[in-house]
Design a protein around this ligand. Structure first.
Ligand SMILES: Cc1cc2nc3c(=O)[nH]c(=O)nc-3n(C[C@H](O)[C@H](O)[C@H](O)COP(=O)(O)O)c2cc1C
Length: 350
Protein backbone atom coordinates (compact mmCIF):
# COMPACT_ATOMS: atom_id res chain seq x y z
CA UNK A 1 0.00 0.00 0.00
CA UNK A 2 1.34 3.41 -0.96
CA UNK A 3 1.63 6.10 1.66
CA UNK A 4 0.17 9.58 1.25
CA UNK A 5 3.66 10.96 0.76
CA UNK A 6 4.27 8.50 -2.05
CA UNK A 7 0.97 9.43 -3.67
CA UNK A 8 1.51 13.17 -3.39
CA UNK A 9 5.09 12.95 -4.63
CA UNK A 10 7.78 15.56 -4.46
CA UNK A 11 5.80 18.44 -5.97
CA UNK A 12 4.18 19.41 -2.69
CA UNK A 13 7.08 18.51 -0.43
CA UNK A 14 7.72 22.07 0.59
CA UNK A 15 4.26 23.62 0.57
CA UNK A 16 5.06 27.34 0.43
CA UNK A 17 2.82 28.61 3.18
CA UNK A 18 5.37 30.73 4.96
CA UNK A 19 3.25 31.89 7.90
CA UNK A 20 2.45 30.57 11.33
CA UNK A 21 0.39 27.57 10.25
CA UNK A 22 1.05 25.08 7.47
CA UNK A 23 -1.34 22.81 5.69
CA UNK A 24 -0.27 19.29 6.71
CA UNK A 25 1.12 17.14 3.91
CA UNK A 26 -1.69 15.19 2.19
CA UNK A 27 -4.19 16.76 4.60
CA UNK A 28 -7.70 15.48 5.15
CA UNK A 29 -10.21 18.26 5.65
CA UNK A 30 -13.85 18.42 6.70
CA UNK A 31 -15.80 20.65 4.29
CA UNK A 32 -17.81 23.67 5.41
CA UNK A 33 -21.51 22.72 5.29
CA UNK A 34 -24.34 24.91 6.50
CA UNK A 35 -26.13 23.40 9.51
CA UNK A 36 -23.79 20.38 9.47
CA UNK A 37 -20.18 21.50 10.09
CA UNK A 38 -20.66 22.54 13.70
CA UNK A 39 -18.91 21.57 16.89
CA UNK A 40 -21.04 18.49 17.54
CA UNK A 41 -20.13 16.88 14.20
CA UNK A 42 -16.49 17.89 14.63
CA UNK A 43 -16.28 16.28 18.06
CA UNK A 44 -17.98 13.15 16.79
CA UNK A 45 -15.40 12.87 13.99
CA UNK A 46 -12.44 13.59 16.27
CA UNK A 47 -13.68 10.81 18.55
CA UNK A 48 -12.71 8.33 15.80
CA UNK A 49 -9.07 9.47 15.85
CA UNK A 50 -8.23 6.71 18.30
CA UNK A 51 -9.70 4.07 15.96
CA UNK A 52 -6.97 4.48 13.33
CA UNK A 53 -3.19 4.26 13.36
CA UNK A 54 -2.88 8.04 13.46
CA UNK A 55 -5.22 10.95 13.64
CA UNK A 56 -7.77 11.07 10.87
CA UNK A 57 -9.00 14.58 10.37
CA UNK A 58 -6.38 17.32 9.96
CA UNK A 59 -8.58 20.39 9.57
CA UNK A 60 -12.26 20.99 10.18
CA UNK A 61 -13.94 23.93 8.45
CA UNK A 62 -16.86 25.58 10.14
CA UNK A 63 -19.99 26.21 8.14
CA UNK A 64 -19.88 29.59 6.43
CA UNK A 65 -20.43 32.39 8.91
CA UNK A 66 -21.57 35.80 7.79
CA UNK A 67 -18.92 38.41 8.55
CA UNK A 68 -21.62 41.11 8.66
CA UNK A 69 -23.72 39.12 11.13
CA UNK A 70 -20.67 38.62 13.33
CA UNK A 71 -19.81 42.31 13.47
CA UNK A 72 -23.50 43.07 14.17
CA UNK A 73 -23.31 40.66 17.15
CA UNK A 74 -26.13 38.46 15.94
CA UNK A 75 -27.71 36.07 18.36
CA UNK A 76 -26.05 32.71 17.62
CA UNK A 77 -22.54 34.03 16.96
CA UNK A 78 -20.97 32.09 19.78
CA UNK A 79 -22.23 28.84 18.33
CA UNK A 80 -20.93 29.67 14.83
CA UNK A 81 -17.47 30.61 16.08
CA UNK A 82 -17.16 27.91 18.74
CA UNK A 83 -13.80 26.41 17.74
CA UNK A 84 -13.75 23.70 20.37
CA UNK A 85 -12.59 21.17 21.28
CA UNK A 86 -9.35 21.72 19.32
CA UNK A 87 -9.14 25.22 17.85
CA UNK A 88 -5.75 24.43 16.27
CA UNK A 89 -7.55 22.04 13.89
CA UNK A 90 -10.31 24.53 12.99
CA UNK A 91 -10.68 26.84 10.01
CA UNK A 92 -13.41 29.46 10.22
CA UNK A 93 -15.13 29.92 6.92
CA UNK A 94 -16.45 33.43 6.33
CA UNK A 95 -18.94 34.63 3.84
CA UNK A 96 -19.15 38.28 2.93
CA UNK A 97 -20.77 40.37 0.22
CA UNK A 98 -18.37 43.30 0.54
CA UNK A 99 -14.85 44.04 1.71
CA UNK A 100 -15.92 46.74 4.16
CA UNK A 101 -16.18 45.37 7.65
CA UNK A 102 -14.20 42.20 6.89
CA UNK A 103 -11.17 43.42 8.79
CA UNK A 104 -13.39 44.00 11.85
CA UNK A 105 -14.83 40.50 11.63
CA UNK A 106 -11.32 39.04 11.56
CA UNK A 107 -10.30 41.13 14.55
CA UNK A 108 -13.22 39.66 16.50
CA UNK A 109 -11.87 36.11 16.13
CA UNK A 110 -8.16 36.91 16.36
CA UNK A 111 -7.78 35.45 19.85
CA UNK A 112 -9.56 32.13 19.21
CA UNK A 113 -6.41 30.16 18.43
CA UNK A 114 -7.76 28.66 15.21
CA UNK A 115 -5.60 27.29 12.41
CA UNK A 116 -6.98 29.78 9.95
CA UNK A 117 -9.70 31.63 8.15
CA UNK A 118 -11.18 30.71 4.77
CA UNK A 119 -13.10 32.97 2.42
CA UNK A 120 -16.10 31.51 0.65
CA UNK A 121 -15.80 32.20 -3.09
CA UNK A 122 -17.65 29.02 -4.03
CA UNK A 123 -21.19 29.00 -2.67
CA UNK A 124 -23.66 29.27 -5.51
CA UNK A 125 -26.96 29.06 -3.64
CA UNK A 126 -29.23 31.52 -5.50
CA UNK A 127 -29.78 33.85 -2.53
CA UNK A 128 -26.03 34.02 -1.83
CA UNK A 129 -25.22 34.76 -5.48
CA UNK A 130 -27.93 37.44 -5.66
CA UNK A 131 -26.50 39.16 -2.62
CA UNK A 132 -23.04 39.25 -4.24
CA UNK A 133 -21.41 36.68 -1.93
CA UNK A 134 -19.87 33.22 -2.51
CA UNK A 135 -19.24 32.40 -6.16
CA UNK A 136 -20.38 35.89 -7.25
CA UNK A 137 -16.86 37.05 -6.25
CA UNK A 138 -15.42 34.90 -9.04
CA UNK A 139 -17.06 37.23 -11.56
CA UNK A 140 -15.10 40.12 -10.02
CA UNK A 141 -11.47 38.91 -9.82
CA UNK A 142 -10.02 42.31 -8.89
CA UNK A 143 -12.52 42.82 -6.07
CA UNK A 144 -11.88 39.31 -4.80
CA UNK A 145 -8.11 39.88 -4.78
CA UNK A 146 -8.68 43.14 -2.96
CA UNK A 147 -10.71 41.35 -0.29
CA UNK A 148 -7.85 38.87 0.16
CA UNK A 149 -5.37 41.75 0.41
CA UNK A 150 -7.45 43.37 3.15
CA UNK A 151 -7.77 40.07 4.99
CA UNK A 152 -4.04 39.41 4.66
CA UNK A 153 -3.15 42.73 6.23
CA UNK A 154 -5.43 41.94 9.19
CA UNK A 155 -4.85 38.21 9.72
CA UNK A 156 -1.51 36.54 10.44
CA UNK A 157 -2.55 32.88 10.68
CA UNK A 158 -3.49 30.75 7.67
CA UNK A 159 -5.65 32.46 5.06
CA UNK A 160 -7.33 30.33 2.42
CA UNK A 161 -10.24 30.45 -0.01
CA UNK A 162 -12.66 27.88 -1.37
CA UNK A 163 -13.71 28.14 -5.01
CA UNK A 164 -15.71 26.57 -7.76
CA UNK A 165 -14.61 26.52 -11.41
CA UNK A 166 -16.57 29.72 -11.97
CA UNK A 167 -19.41 30.87 -14.18
CA UNK A 168 -17.87 29.48 -17.40
CA UNK A 169 -16.10 26.24 -18.23
CA UNK A 170 -12.88 28.18 -18.79
CA UNK A 171 -9.66 26.96 -17.20
CA UNK A 172 -7.74 30.15 -18.07
CA UNK A 173 -10.19 32.36 -16.15
CA UNK A 174 -10.04 30.06 -13.15
CA UNK A 175 -6.24 30.04 -13.16
CA UNK A 176 -6.07 33.83 -13.51
CA UNK A 177 -8.54 34.23 -10.65
CA UNK A 178 -6.30 32.02 -8.48
CA UNK A 179 -3.16 33.93 -9.48
CA UNK A 180 -4.79 37.17 -8.34
CA UNK A 181 -5.55 35.64 -4.93
CA UNK A 182 -2.00 34.30 -4.62
CA UNK A 183 -0.53 37.67 -5.45
CA UNK A 184 -2.78 39.17 -2.76
CA UNK A 185 -1.37 36.78 -0.15
CA UNK A 186 -3.58 33.68 0.04
CA UNK A 187 -1.86 30.66 1.65
CA UNK A 188 -3.77 27.84 -0.01
CA UNK A 189 -6.89 27.18 -2.07
CA UNK A 190 -9.59 24.55 -2.23
CA UNK A 191 -11.33 23.76 -5.50
CA UNK A 192 -14.74 22.13 -5.66
CA UNK A 193 -14.56 21.53 -9.41
CA UNK A 194 -18.09 22.31 -10.49
CA UNK A 195 -19.42 25.30 -12.38
CA UNK A 196 -21.31 28.03 -10.61
CA UNK A 197 -24.81 26.76 -9.99
CA UNK A 198 -24.00 23.18 -10.98
CA UNK A 199 -25.68 20.68 -8.70
CA UNK A 200 -24.35 17.33 -7.49
CA UNK A 201 -25.94 15.25 -10.26
CA UNK A 202 -22.93 15.22 -12.57
CA UNK A 203 -19.56 14.37 -11.06
CA UNK A 204 -16.96 17.03 -10.34
CA UNK A 205 -14.16 17.83 -12.80
CA UNK A 206 -11.10 16.48 -11.01
CA UNK A 207 -9.07 17.15 -14.18
CA UNK A 208 -9.34 20.82 -13.16
CA UNK A 209 -7.87 19.97 -9.76
CA UNK A 210 -5.02 18.05 -11.40
CA UNK A 211 -4.11 20.86 -13.76
CA UNK A 212 -4.40 23.65 -11.23
CA UNK A 213 -2.45 21.73 -8.58
CA UNK A 214 0.46 21.50 -11.00
CA UNK A 215 0.40 25.15 -11.98
CA UNK A 216 -0.16 27.07 -8.76
CA UNK A 217 2.61 28.11 -6.40
CA UNK A 218 0.42 27.51 -3.33
CA UNK A 219 -1.10 24.19 -2.18
CA UNK A 220 -4.39 23.22 -3.78
CA UNK A 221 -6.91 21.04 -1.93
CA UNK A 222 -9.37 19.03 -4.04
CA UNK A 223 -12.97 18.53 -2.98
CA UNK A 224 -15.98 16.71 -4.34
CA UNK A 225 -17.62 13.28 -4.48
CA UNK A 226 -15.16 11.41 -2.26
CA UNK A 227 -17.13 8.39 -0.99
CA UNK A 228 -14.36 6.27 0.46
CA UNK A 229 -10.76 5.12 0.46
CA UNK A 230 -10.93 4.16 -3.22
CA UNK A 231 -11.88 7.66 -4.38
CA UNK A 232 -9.37 9.20 -2.02
CA UNK A 233 -6.44 7.11 -3.24
CA UNK A 234 -7.46 7.50 -6.88
CA UNK A 235 -7.55 11.30 -6.76
CA UNK A 236 -4.47 11.64 -4.57
CA UNK A 237 -2.60 9.67 -7.23
CA UNK A 238 -4.19 11.14 -10.37
CA UNK A 239 -4.79 14.79 -9.43
CA UNK A 240 -1.98 15.10 -6.88
CA UNK A 241 -3.65 17.74 -4.71
CA UNK A 242 -2.01 18.96 -1.49
CA UNK A 243 -4.97 17.54 0.41
CA UNK A 244 -8.53 16.31 0.07
CA UNK A 245 -11.65 17.81 1.60
CA UNK A 246 -14.71 15.67 2.31
CA UNK A 247 -18.22 16.97 2.88
CA UNK A 248 -21.34 14.82 2.64
CA UNK A 249 -19.59 11.49 3.18
CA UNK A 250 -18.25 12.77 6.52
CA UNK A 251 -21.83 13.21 7.69
CA UNK A 252 -22.89 9.80 6.39
CA UNK A 253 -19.79 8.15 7.85
CA UNK A 254 -18.11 10.39 10.45
CA UNK A 255 -15.36 7.75 10.73
CA UNK A 256 -14.33 8.26 7.08
CA UNK A 257 -11.13 10.11 7.97
CA UNK A 258 -10.03 7.41 10.45
CA UNK A 259 -10.91 4.75 7.86
CA UNK A 260 -8.84 6.43 5.14
CA UNK A 261 -5.81 6.75 7.40
CA UNK A 262 -6.25 3.15 8.56
CA UNK A 263 -6.48 1.79 4.99
CA UNK A 264 -3.57 3.95 3.94
CA UNK A 265 -1.40 2.28 6.58
CA UNK A 266 -2.75 -1.24 5.97
CA UNK A 267 -5.00 -2.24 3.09
CA UNK A 268 -6.62 -4.90 5.32
CA UNK A 269 -7.62 -2.31 7.94
CA UNK A 270 -11.15 -2.74 9.28
CA UNK A 271 -13.25 -0.54 11.49
CA UNK A 272 -16.12 -1.97 13.50
CA UNK A 273 -18.63 0.83 13.96
CA UNK A 274 -21.53 0.69 16.38
CA UNK A 275 -24.13 2.74 14.51
CA UNK A 276 -26.42 3.09 17.53
CA UNK A 277 -23.65 4.28 19.79
CA UNK A 278 -22.42 6.74 17.15
CA UNK A 279 -25.90 8.20 16.61
CA UNK A 280 -26.51 8.48 20.34
CA UNK A 281 -23.12 10.13 20.87
CA UNK A 282 -23.98 12.64 18.18
CA UNK A 283 -27.31 13.46 19.82
CA UNK A 284 -25.56 13.90 23.17
CA UNK A 285 -23.10 16.30 21.55
CA UNK A 286 -25.88 18.24 19.86
CA UNK A 287 -27.57 18.72 23.23
CA UNK A 288 -24.33 19.59 24.98
CA UNK A 289 -22.69 21.85 22.40
CA UNK A 290 -25.43 23.57 20.41
CA UNK A 291 -28.10 26.03 21.53
CA UNK A 292 -31.53 24.44 22.20
CA UNK A 293 -33.01 26.25 19.20
CA UNK A 294 -30.72 24.16 16.96
CA UNK A 295 -31.20 20.70 18.44
CA UNK A 296 -34.06 19.49 16.30
CA UNK A 297 -32.95 21.03 12.99
CA UNK A 298 -29.28 20.03 13.28
CA UNK A 299 -30.10 16.47 14.33
CA UNK A 300 -32.49 16.08 11.40
CA UNK A 301 -29.96 17.48 8.93
CA UNK A 302 -27.43 14.94 10.18
CA UNK A 303 -29.82 11.99 9.98
CA UNK A 304 -30.81 12.79 6.42
CA UNK A 305 -27.26 11.61 5.52
CA UNK A 306 -26.45 9.21 8.37
CA UNK A 307 -29.53 7.04 7.73
CA UNK A 308 -27.86 5.80 4.52
CA UNK A 309 -25.94 3.40 6.78
CA UNK A 310 -29.13 1.44 7.52
CA UNK A 311 -30.86 -1.17 5.35
CA UNK A 312 -34.19 0.68 5.43
CA UNK A 313 -32.67 4.14 5.20
CA UNK A 314 -35.66 5.95 3.77
CA UNK A 315 -38.14 4.43 6.20
CA UNK A 316 -35.96 5.31 9.20
CA UNK A 317 -35.20 8.80 7.97
CA UNK A 318 -38.88 9.62 7.39
CA UNK A 319 -39.59 8.70 11.01
CA UNK A 320 -36.66 10.71 12.34
CA UNK A 321 -37.64 13.75 10.29
CA UNK A 322 -41.03 13.69 12.04
CA UNK A 323 -39.52 13.54 15.54
CA UNK A 324 -39.77 16.61 17.73
CA UNK A 325 -36.56 16.29 19.75
CA UNK A 326 -33.41 14.21 20.33
CA UNK A 327 -35.17 12.07 22.98
CA UNK A 328 -37.79 10.92 20.44
CA UNK A 329 -35.00 10.33 17.90
CA UNK A 330 -33.21 7.98 20.31
CA UNK A 331 -36.46 6.08 20.80
CA UNK A 332 -37.05 5.77 17.05
CA UNK A 333 -33.51 4.47 16.54
CA UNK A 334 -33.97 1.88 19.28
CA UNK A 335 -37.31 0.74 17.88
CA UNK A 336 -35.73 0.37 14.45
CA UNK A 337 -32.78 -1.63 15.81
CA UNK A 338 -35.15 -3.88 17.76
CA UNK A 339 -36.72 -4.74 14.41
CA UNK A 340 -33.45 -4.91 12.43
CA UNK A 341 -30.79 -5.82 15.00
CA UNK A 342 -28.29 -6.83 12.31
CA UNK A 343 -28.01 -3.16 11.29
CA UNK A 344 -26.37 -2.08 14.51
CA UNK A 345 -22.76 -2.92 13.63
CA UNK A 346 -21.11 -1.83 10.40
CA UNK A 347 -17.83 -3.40 9.37
CA UNK A 348 -16.01 -0.73 7.40
CA UNK A 349 -13.07 -1.43 5.11
CA UNK A 350 -11.38 -0.08 1.96
C1 LIG B 1 -25.72 20.93 3.01
C2 LIG B 1 -24.50 21.57 2.41
C3 LIG B 1 -24.05 22.81 2.88
C4 LIG B 1 -22.91 23.42 2.32
N1 LIG B 1 -22.46 24.59 2.86
C5 LIG B 1 -21.28 25.13 2.39
C6 LIG B 1 -20.68 26.26 3.03
O1 LIG B 1 -21.17 26.77 4.04
N2 LIG B 1 -19.54 26.76 2.48
C7 LIG B 1 -18.94 26.20 1.37
O2 LIG B 1 -17.91 26.68 0.92
N3 LIG B 1 -19.47 25.10 0.79
C8 LIG B 1 -20.59 24.55 1.29
N4 LIG B 1 -21.07 23.38 0.75
C9 LIG B 1 -20.28 22.69 -0.29
C10 LIG B 1 -19.32 21.68 0.38
O3 LIG B 1 -18.37 22.33 1.18
C11 LIG B 1 -18.58 20.84 -0.65
O4 LIG B 1 -17.88 21.70 -1.51
C12 LIG B 1 -19.54 19.98 -1.50
O5 LIG B 1 -20.50 19.34 -0.68
C13 LIG B 1 -18.78 18.93 -2.31
O6 LIG B 1 -18.09 18.06 -1.44
P1 LIG B 1 -18.65 16.56 -1.13
O7 LIG B 1 -18.94 15.92 -2.47
O8 LIG B 1 -17.53 15.90 -0.38
O9 LIG B 1 -19.89 16.73 -0.33
C14 LIG B 1 -22.22 22.78 1.28
C15 LIG B 1 -22.66 21.53 0.81
C16 LIG B 1 -23.77 20.92 1.37
C17 LIG B 1 -24.21 19.56 0.88
Amino acid sequence: MQTVEALVGPRSEAAPMGREARLPQGALLLAPMVALSHRALRELILGFDAAGPRRGLDLAYTEMTSAAALTAHSVFDECFIDAGPEPARVVYQFYTTKSEGFREALAMVADRGVFGVDINFGCSAPHILRSGGGAAWMREPKEAANLVRIARSAWSASLSAKLRIGAEDDYGSLRDFCLGLIEAGIDFLTLHPRLEGQKFRRSGRWDYVARLAQELSVPLVGNGDIRGFGDWSRWMAEARPAGIMIGREAVRRPWIFALIRGCEADSAFELRVDLRETAFRFLDLVEKRLPPEFHESRAKRFFSYYCDNFSFAHHLNVKLQRAADPASMRQILDEYLDEVPGDRIALERA
